[in-house]
Design a binder for this molecule. Structure first.
Ligand code: NAD
Length: 317
């Protein structure tokens, strides 16, 4: 039997650090190679092999895959929603070329499995806002959403045309305390906890009643691993599964923080990210993820808030 050997691309990002550490626990440290453009993240240092890689350099990626007998790739490198709006052509180029490089090498080398995350950003202003279904109107208006939607089509195409076992989740906004977020529209829900502890107040770049789908990182890591471990025959969606954790507004997260820090105050100064958020769903229907591979979230707003504040307090000393 071929031994699993995993390459994580974009391992130093918000998801990459925690996912790499989780995969190392499951597959053994030496069998999970972390890679990124950036310097190795402090939390990864000493935990397993690290290589410097630009995913846009297809030849270098190809050599790495062959040299290390890679069998699975987790592609996490991307330009996120808010950053993408500042340089749309660059975001399109990086998000598409990185995925096509990986899919094509998977085809040439006959890799076992590919993971590539999509996002709730595939939905647009004409999609239903509440409990947005898996299959519905998909008309993204941000370049990030357009690149994720095109990427989903490519994933499904490589699966049906070439039999590549590619799997994907439409992550909601992800909240974590270990590694910093990378320029998304839901970053406020991470910043707010830091500012609550450091300043006792927070100026939010979204308006108070902006509901968005969100998820705590431990749930997102578990969902990713459960999807990747599921029997291939159970995977009915090869584009990107809807995935739901919780849904809340800035006003509600501020209320949840006040349960722990009664003097915490919030003010609102919406910027260009408000328009991005207004085009996205407020909550997601993830019936298929639950039916196909048994997905069930563990964290709600209250449980996540208690855990975030406890861990950030420990981190900040
Ligand atoms: P991030 O920006 O925190 O991390 C991305 C990492 O990729 C960074 O460490 C960056 O240095 C690296 N990278 C960028 N260009 C690269 C290149 N050319 N070669 C190699 N590495 C490169 O992003 P994240 O939040 O960890 O997101 C990971 C994936 O999940 C992305 O596809 C993103 O679209 C998706 N996603 C994230 C969220 C979220 O809330 N964080 C929500 C939905 C989807």
């Amino acid at each position: 039997m071929k031994k699993d050997k995993i390459l994580v691309i974009g391992a130093c990002g918000q998801i990459g650090v925690e996912l790499t550490l989780a995969l190392r626990k499951m597959y053994g440290d030496a069998n999970v190679i972390a890679s990124d453009l950036r310097e190795e993240h402090d939390l990864l240092k000493g935990s397993g092999p690290y290589v410097s890689l630009d995913v846009m350099n297809k030849e270098m990626l190809h050599v790495l895959v062959i040299r290390h007998n890679i069998t699975q790739i987790y592609l996490l490198a991307a330009i996120l929603s808010a950053t993408g709006e500042k340089n749309p052509l660059l975001a399109w180029h990086i998000n598409m070329a990185s995925l096509l490089n990986v899919l094509d090498i998977a085809k040439e080398e006959g890799l076992d499995k590919i993971y590539w995350p999509s996002s709730i950003a595939v939905f647009g202003p004409n999609s239903p806002k509440a409990d947005t279904p898996q299959h519905t109107i998909i008309e993204p208006t941000t370049i990030y959403g357009i690149s994720k939607f095109a990427g989903e089509r490519w994933c499904e195409y490589y699966n049906t045309r070439y039999g590549i076992d590619v799997r994907s989740l439409r992550y909601p906004g992800l909240i974590s305390y270990k590694s910093a977020p990378g320029g998304g529209t839901t970053d406020y829900a991470v910043e707010i906890y830091h500012e609550a502890l450091e300043e006792g107040s927070y100026k939010c770049f979204l308006s108070e009643d902006t509901y968005l789908p969100m998820m705590y990182m431990p749930d997102a890591i578990r969902a990713t691993i459960e999807l990747m471990e599921a029997d291939s025959a159970k995977i009915s969606v090869r584009s990107g599964y809807n995935l739901s954790g919780m849904s809340f507004s800035p006003k509600e997260i501020a209320g949840a923080i006040r349960e722990h820090i009664p003097t915490f105050s919030i003010s609102y100064e919406p910027d260009y990210r408000q328009q991005i958020a207004d085009g996205w769903p407020q909550s997601i229907d993830d019936e298929l993820a639950s039916a196909d591979w048994g997905w069930k979230p563990e964290f709600n707003l209250e449980k996540m808030t208690a855990d975030m504040l406890k861990n950030l307090r420990l981190q900040k000393g």
